[in-house]
Design a protein around this ligand. Structure first.
Ligand code: AQP
Length: 328
């Protein structure tokens, strides 16, 4: 059985982008693969986080995993900081990386642009991500296409390590679903929907109440035309709303275009909001139950116990090959 690993940062409220681009696929993959799904809290602190919010969001992301259908009996669900080997292997990979290759990362450029001071953590983020993946010798990494560049770097670092110190790490492959891999921001169809966007109107949070969802969609940016047509180059905002529609209503883009032919954006947006609300309603109900029961702490504890043996063994092998004197 191939091994799959992926993670989500508790850096804000999870969005519909995280759901469509990542979590929905996690739920499918757990049926056919050995899955490791993490809440990557060590990654989240690469930008400043308020301690109470970080704790709350870590628990919330884990509960959303379960509410969305990840089954802890089938997949290991854990918090990255509960397995110290991540940070340690992350450091080893940082020492193998080059400034130039990290400077080329689009996410780093995006998140640091216009900032007066940029944290070193943000810069070395991809080396920690490489450690996350390689620690478990994952074969496949399901990511939105925004993370593809980081995965390339992970492959480079694994190959570099293997060449220098001997075969140690499996070279992972990206798993990028074709449709809806990238959901864009509601206020700018050229930027991806992001949970850390300071404008909450730019994203739909998975826990947004129905009225908030309706309001956000009715206010979502569109172009000055009135044609519901999928054309990401000419009509990025409308095309993005169509992608969301296709996912939530389980319809094709052609069917959606045909349904709203000649009707303008009003009816389209109104129906879209109802489809999103209906899609999220069961998830929100399960989420409330899980948070209420407090069971998430046990799930995370068991998850960390399950994965630690593999993580510690990989770390030990890597350290031995690099020449560390291991304690006897
Ligand atoms: N807009 C998106 N469309 C499709 N997939 C997306 N993902 C994120 N945004 C979209 C996928 O969700 C997973 C979790 O990503 P992450 O939390 O580790 O960080 P991210 O990619 O940087 O996500 P955000 O929401 O934009 O977080 P912030 O704002 O904190 O940086 C990944 O698989 C990602 O591809």
């Amino acid at each position: 059985m191939k091994r799959v690993l992926s993670g989500i940062q508790p850096s804000g409220q999870l969005t519909l982008g995280n759901y469509i681009g990542a979590i929905q696929n996690f739920v499918k993959l757990q049926e056919t693969h050995e899955c490791y799904f993490m809440v990557v809290d060590l990654h989240a602190i690469t930008v400043p986080q308020e301690p109470a919010a970080l704790r709350e969001q870590t628990e919330s992301v884990a509960a959303l995993f379960i509410a969305a259908g990840i089954d802890p009996a089938k997949a290991s669900v854990f918090a990255q900081s509960h397995v110290p080997a991540h940070a340690e292997l992350g450091w080893l990979f940082t020492t193998l990386s080059y400034m130039g290759e990290l400077e080329r990362m689009t996410q780093f450029k995006d998140k640091s642009s216009g900032k007066e001071s940029v944290g070193t953590g943000l810069f070395v983020y991809p080396t920690l991500m490489a450690a996350d993946i390689l620690l478990y010798n994952a074969d496949l990494v399901p990511v939105g296409d925004d993370q593809k560049q980081h995965l390339e770097l992970t492959r480079d670092l694994a190959q570099r390590f293997n060449q220098r110190f001997g075969d140690t790490f499996t070279i992972p492959d990206p798993y990028i679903p074709k449709v809806g891999a990238r959901i864009m921001s509601l206020d700018d169809g050229t930027k991806k929907m992001s949970k850390s966007n300071p404008n909450p109107g730019s994203y739909i949070a998975l826990l947004d109440p129905p009225d908030v969802i309706r309001k956000k969609i009715s206010r979502a940016t569109t172009d000055s035309g009135r044609e519901v047509r999928f054309d990401p180059a000419e009509k990025p905002e409308v095309s993005n709303l169509m992608s969301i529609y296709a996912h939530c209503a389980d319809m094709t883009l052609d069917d959606i275009a045909a349904r709203y032919d000649g009707q303008g954006y009003g009816a389209f947006k109104k129906d879209l909001a109802e489809h999103v609300v209906a899609k999220l309603e069961p998830l929100q109900r399960r989420y409330a139950d899980i948070r209420g029961s407090g069971e998430i702490h046990d799930i995370l504890k068991r998850g960390a116990e399950q994965v630690s043996a593999v993580a510690n063994e990989t770390l030990r092998a890597a350290k031995e090959r690099m020449g560390f004197l291991l304690p006897r």
